[in-house]
Design a protein around this ligand. Structure first.
Ligand SMILES: [Zn+2]
Length: 55
């Protein structure tokens, strides 16, 4: 019931559940925060905004 409520609210507000997936297995990826595209090799933080993708 709670889950259905959340889905309904999300649909109502037109919010994407998750439209950008940060894929560090890809050669390049896009930061979900600042939308910068960067090479993933050896990177655990976004070079633009510093968002940490590591654990
Ligand atoms: Zn960023």
């Amino acid at each position: 019931m709670h889950r259905e409520h959340l889905d309904a609210m999300t649909a109502q507000q037109g919010l994407p559940v998750r439209d950008i997936v940060c894929d560090l297995d890809a050669e390049t990826t896009q930061c979900p925060a600042c939308l910068a595209t960067f090479a993933t090799a050896g990177v655990t933080r976004c070079p633009e905004c510093g968002l940490n993708f590591g654990d």
